[in-house]
Design a binder for this molecule. Structure first.
Ligand code: ARG
Length: 460
């Protein structure tokens, strides 16, 4: 079956047919195609373009089509695309029901595959995003739960991958929590953008029959109708917003994976990856590799690639439907599938992460308190730029003498600055350093508790 051909004298070149076939991937939209058809035939009935008997026949036919499409194993479909397949199957179903197959031909009245394809793609994406958002919520929940139990685990915080200042492990987990929270907000916004109904735009100029687009939207679960028929069939920015949100999410998950991989290495040893999320080596028996995290990091490449792919496709297209737009589906499907694979693994890894407090503590060296030393003198009225210099010189002095900074005597410290007195000994305490950072968002216990509360309300 072909949905066009009257104007053609020659058959389509088989190689063009092969190039143009999208059934292999757009068959995923089959059930949505049926659902939209069902709503549409009701509209045709409401305006008298089909009678009650025809509506019933088409509706029953669509139910049969639905059953066929959801059968396992899935049916072989060799049509140009899923819309063609559904029309063909509907004709066959109506014959099965003892009806006149030409009734099926009334269904596409006033409608084009352009507005149909865009509508079902939007519906598909809206529900795929819902699922991704549910995964993100679970991941956030796990991060938050783990944060609650790791607020006393002191470890170095890093910049340039060099030890910077003492923090608590919860602060890292919460850092990921907030990044994912923004990702979730981006997905939700993208979903809202999907829910504007193109159906009724026809090929480009609108529907010549007075179907009620608002009612169609309502029946199908859209929030409203697209305001412009040309925009409705041309635009794919809703899909790009999704791909972009997914690519950004990917970069967040990838950075997080990188942290966890490093921290789980023997060199750091701060955490352990549960065996159920690690794999072995076919050659080296001792290995437990963090493949799950590596794959999360690796899959980010395709998430970014899918965004680039569709951006490149739409750039420079004339306004209106162009067949290029058929290339919108595979990158989106691939990103949806990738998220479905990656997110549960990330969640599982976070939930089962082992925390090695001793190793974290052991990585705390006194040089991490150099900033605190400088700030100690600030509290005594010395300008920070001077105290920064003084603290640096104290570290040099300790290195010269081959001792740790707390081992320097008060006399030695006073050689560097006479602002030092006995109270300096209070500086050499990692927990105290953390407690000094008590402004909102900081690592002090009070600030962390506040942050956890804020995170809880972000989830509710
Ligand atoms: N398979 C096509 C797509 O996904 C359906 C629309 C075809 N429209 C057309 N005018 N050839 O874009």
């Amino acid at each position: 079956v072909k949905l066009w051909g009257g104007r053609f004298r020659k058959p389509t070149a088989p190689e063009l047919e092969k190039l143009g076939q999208s059934i292999e991937f757009d068959r995923r939209l089959g059930l949505l195609d049926v659902r939209i058809n069902r709503a549409y035939v009701a509209e045709l009935r409401a305006i008298g373009l089909v009678d009650a008997a025809e509506e019933e026949l088409i509706t029953r036919g669509l139910t049969l089509v639905e059953e066929k499409l959801s059968a396992s194993p899935p049916p072989k479909l060799n049509d140009e695309d899923i819309h063609t397949a559904v029309e063909r199957l509907l004709g066959e179903a109506i014959v099965e029901l003892g009806g006149d197959p030409s009734v099926a031909g009334k269904l596409p009245t006033g409608r084009s595959r352009n507005d149909l394809a865009a509508s079902e793609f939007r519906l598909y994406l809206a529900s795929a995003i819902e699922s991704a958002v549910a995964h993100l919520l679970r991941l956030q929940r796990s991060l938050l739960d783990r944060a609650k139990t790791t607020r006393d685990e002191l470890l170095p915080g890093y910049t340039h991958l060099r030890r910077g200042q003492p923090v608590v492990f919860a602060q890292y987990l919460l850092a990921y929590f907030w990044a994912i929270d923004r990702d979730r907000a981006r997905f939700r916004a993208a979903r809202g953008r999907c829910l504007s109904l193109p159906l009724g735009a026809g090929a480009l100029a609108g529907n010549p029959f007075p179907v009620d687009r608002g009612r169609l939207a309502k029946t199908l679960g859209f929030e409203g109708v697209s305001p412009n028929s040309i925009d409705a069939v041309s635009s794919r920015d809703f899909a790009l917003e999704f791909l972009s949100a997914a690519a950004l999410l990917g970069t967040n998950l990838s950075r997080m994976s990188e942290d966890l991989i490093l921290w789980a290495s023997a060199e750091f040893g701060f955490i352990t990856i549960d065996e159920s999320y690690a794999t072995g080596s076919s050659l080296m028996p001792q290995k437990q590799n963090p493949d799950g995290l590596e794959l999360v990091r690796g899959k980010t490449g395709r998430l970014v690639g899918n965004l680039m792919s569709l951006l490149t496709t739409v750039k420079g297209l004339p306004t209106g439907y162009q067949r290029d737009l058929q290339e919108d589906k595979e990158p989106v499907f691939d990103t949806v599938d990738t998220l479905e694979l990656v997110l549960p693994v990330m969640d599982g890894i976070v939930r089962t992460l082992g925390v090695r407090s001793d190793a974290m503590r052991a990585a705390l060296s006194h040089d991490l308190l150099a900033t605190d030393l400088a700030e100690h003198l600030v509290r005594k009225g010395v300008p920070f730029r001077e105290t920064h210099e003084i603290a640096g010189r104290v570290l040099s002095l300790a290195a010269e003498k081959g001792v740790t900074p707390p081992e320097l005597s008060l006399e030695e410290l006073r050689q560097v600055s006479d602002a030092f007195d006995e109270s300096v000994s209070s500086v050499w305490d990692f927990r105290a350093s953390v407690e000094h950072r008590a402004t909102e968002g900081g690592v002090a216990a009070k600030a962390i508790a506040q942050q956890i509360e804020r995170a809880e309300s972000a989830l509710s």
